[in-house]
Design a protein around this ligand. Structure first.
Ligand SMILES: Nc1ncnc2c1ncn2[C@@H]1O[C@H](COP(=O)(O)OP(=O)(O)OP(=O)(O)O)[C@@H](O)[C@H]1O
Length: 754
């Protein structure tokens, strides 16, 4: 043990005999190897494959016990050798594992007639109590017992009356050692004393009847026997422990027929066993984090699984096809556990008083006496004194103990001796093997005789500081790694959430699109429906074609006419615009001349019957003499004639005036016929031929101030013949039903029909 450094958990499988009422079959068997003795090497447990009965699963273990094996055989083969390990200062853990009613309690506790592992261990420990130390010193050896149960994931002290047993907290001390606070530990001086305490404590344990077991354990029970070996000469204490664990069985509630209370217990049992399986699995994988903290059971068993104790797992199996699946589960767990490696260490401390602590042990919560032990060992080693040799050889068993920032606190507290010091459950406490060794070596290396106390202190301080630095660096690295892992995890979560949000957005967008499409379709449908309704309505409201056709025709005609008018207006406007522009820049005299010229031209065309051209020319003339009333009338008359395709007869000149003019003309030149021919039918409007001279208006008796010789100025009335003609014409038009222009002229505030 001392030389190996690591120790794998040992497995022993035990198949219990058939109970009354159980059917015997060959589905689960123990097959012995060459060594046919009980628990002999080469044995296997064979289980038929539930899916293919022709196949058999074989599980080889170093110890396989069949239904005929005895308590004595198991104890002698697998348990008794471990007593020596305990007495060498190492912690040993034996736990019974299996489905409910597979015989765990029978194996661990047994009966009066067939005592199990626990009473046998105690008896043997008393028998084997060491009297002398390996170095020849005398030992005072004490055995102390503590007993607890984990019921529904709460810890209770079985050594106190059930009614007054409080829930006990599981704690970790400053160097990471797990213990159950306030758990009582009782020193036992004889087997009889133990039997008495134990039988009382067993009665305190939670049991209940199920379909499979009349006295089924409803809790995990852990009995610890601590052997404390004090060497008064060497002033050392060697502490070995054995933890004897009777686990509650995993349960299938269908088979157990559990009621609601049993179900709650069963859930807690199954959960803690499942965590136990996870711990073993994680250890097998070499996972960075082992989920010890997920249940009280695994927290307490931490040291037995991947810790610093020596382990033995007894797998209890029940026979028959009924338990075949449970048996396979148990054996699978055993196979995994078989690979778990522990690193046992010897637990010994130097009891000599600490001469001079170099850093505050108080600050880490332990008294100076206890915390100083580690330093004392280092100091002793550095000084080359005898005690250091013992320590060195002992602690070298632990190749990889946990590091601590407080090396002085690595030696466990004593759990013996009643209330003051023995009030803590210390089953899994381990000394700081590697740490201690490192310090020891660091401090001891340069030492030699003649070293002063100050030198020694300085060296130790230096060594401690170096170790602390290393430890700090390691922890920082660990923390950074954890932080990075956390970051990665958070990033993963963020990414996941972002993806989720994106997906949701896309889904929302799709939904929105679908909604708008639906709305559009609905809108189209609605419009379509409206259109159909409209059509329907118009069909219903439509008049008979005999009525509608003339109306529509009239409407169409009006439409065409309106359009034509508009075109005409536009054309006029355009032309007018050009003429207007020209008219704007001419002098009044030039305007008059131009106007006259247009009138003459227009008249010529009019006489030829070319009314459109004449009309055009009159209009042009109008732009130059916009205030000429006669001209306006003329335009209206011709427009009317053009529009109605009627002949246009220019109104004759008043006879009197014509005659007067002729006479005047004769008087002037004796031959003014030509000029008379050009006399304006507008009623005295004098015009010149194109390029000709303006007629001398004065000679006609018109005032110069009246442009174009407006008759109104001379005669104070209208040219009756013109008016008459136009009026007749209007009447004529009325007779034929055509629209006639009604000419009205406001003259001197008097409206006169023309
Ligand atoms: N090797 C054996 N020889 C004779 N009887 C046995 C043996 N193993 C178990 N039994 C009997 O089988 C029954 C169930 O055993 P036990 O109570 O030990 O099972 P268990 O695994 O502890 O069950 P639970 O998990 O429900 O507490 C008991 O009546 C016990 O006496």
């Amino acid at each position: 043990m001392a030389a190996s450094g690591t120790h794998k958990v040992k497995i022993a499988a035990r198949l219990r005999p058939r109970l009354d009422g159980e059917i015997v079959d060959e589905n689960i068997k123990v097959v012995h190897g060459a060594d046919s003795s009980a628990g002999g090497a080469g044995s296997t447990i064979s289980v038929t494959n539930p899916r293919d009965l022709s196949q058999v699963f074989k599980f080889p273990f170093s110890s396989c016990y069949d239904e005929n094996s005895t308590q004595e055989e198991i104890f002698r083969n697998d348990v008794e050798p471990l007593i020596d390990v305990v007495y060498s200062g190492v912690t040993v853990t034996i736990f019974a594992y299996g489905v409910t009613s597979s015989g765990k309690t029978h194996t661990m506790q047994g009966t009066r007639a067939e005592p199990g592992v626990i009473p046998r261990v105690l008896r043997t420990m008393f028998e084997k109590k060491p009297r002398t130390s390996p170095t020849g010193g005398v030992y005072r050896t004490e055995l102390a017992v503590s007993y607890m149960e984990i019921y529904k994931d709460e810890v209770y002290d079985l050594l106190v009356a059930r009614e007054s047993a409080p829930k006990l907290p599981v704690r970790e001390n400053d160097v990471g050692m797990v213990f159950v606070a306030n758990l009582s530990s009782v020193v036992v001086k004889s087997v009889e004393e133990f039997d008495q305490i134990y039988s009382q404590a067993t009665r305190n344990r939670s049991t209940g009847a199920t379909n499979l077991n009349r006295a089924s354990s409803r809790s995990h029970a852990v009995l610890t026997v601590e052997a404390r070996m004090v060497d008064d000469v060497a002033n050392t204490t060697l502490t070995g422990k054995i933890n004897l664990v009777d686990l509650a069985g995993s349960e299938n509630n269908k088979q157990t027929g559990n009621d609601s209370t049993r179900m709650a217990e069963s859930a807690a049992i199954n959960k803690s066993l499942s965590v136990l399986g996870q711990v073993v699995h994680a250890l097998n994988l070499g996972a960075p984090r082992i989920p010890y903290r997920n249940s009280k059971l695994t927290r307490i068993l931490q040291d037995a699984l991947g810790g610093q104790s020596v382990g033995l797992l007894i797998c209890n199996l029940a026979p028959g096809v009924r338990f075949r699946q449970d048996t396979l589960n148990t054996l699978n767990f055993a196979v995994r556990t078989k690979n778990v490696e522990n690193k046992p260490v010897v637990n010994e401390r130097d009891n000599r008083p600490q001469p001079k602590p170099h850093f505050s042990a108080q600050s880490v919560g332990q008294g100076p006496g206890k915390s100083a032990v580690g330093l004392q060992a280092v100091q002793a080693a550095a000084a080359g004194v005898g005690g250091g040799v013992v320590m060195k050889s002992r602690v070298s068993l632990a190749p990889a103990g946990r590091m601590s920032l407080a090396p002085g606190t690595r030696v466990p507290r004593a759990s013996f001796g009643g209330v003051g010091s023995g009030n803590h459950y210390q089953s899994f406490v381990v000394p700081g093997g590697r740490r201690l060794t490192a310090l020891h070596e660091a401090a001891a290396a340069p030492s030699g005789s003649g070293v002063t106390a100050e030198d020694l202190d300085a060296r130790i301080s230096k060594a401690v500081e170096a170790a602390v630095e290393v430890e700090v660096a390691r922890r920082l690295k660990e923390r950074e790694k954890e932080w990075q892992e956390e970051q990665r995890r958070l990033e993963g979560v963020i990414q996941e959430k972002t993806e989720e949000a994106k997906m949701n957005m896309m889904k929302e967008r799709d939904r929105e699109r679908e909604r708008s499409m639906e709305m559009r379709e609905r809108d189209m449908d609605r419009r379509e429906a409206e259109r159909s309704r409209e059509d329907e309505r118009s069909r219903e409201m439509s008049l008979p074609s005999g009525v509608l056709t003339p109306l529509l025709k009239k409407h169409r005609d009006l439409d065409v006419e309106l359009k034509e008018r508009l075109v005409e207006l536009e054309r006029k406007f355009e032309k007018g615009n050009k003429e207007t522009q020209l008219a704007d820049v001419l002098s009044p005299v030039s305007k008059k001349k131009t106007g006259r010229a247009y009138v003459a031209l227009a008249r010529a065309h009019s006489e030829k019957g070319d009314l459109s051209v004449a009309l055009d020319l009159y209009r042009k003339a109008e732009t130059y003499v916009p205030d000429n009333i006669k001209l306006k009338e003329r335009i209206i008359e011709i427009e009317w004639a053009v529009k109605n395709e009627r002949p246009y007869v220019p109104s004759p000149k008043p006879v009197k005036k014509q005659r007067q003019r002729r006479e005047k003309s004769k008087m002037r030149s004796g031959g003014g016929e030509e000029e008379n021919a050009h006399d304006d039918a507008l009623g005295g409007m004098d015009v010149e031929h194109e390029g000709g001279k303006e007629a001398a208006a004065a000679g006609h008796g018109y005032t110069n101030s009246s442009e174009f010789g407006v008759e109104l100025t001379n005669e104070g009335g209208l040219n009756s013949s013109v008016s008459k003609r136009t009026y007749d014409d209007c009447l004529e038009s009325d007779r034929v039903g055509l629209e006639t222009p009604v000419k009205k002229q406001r003259i001197g505030g008097e409206e006169v029909g023309m």
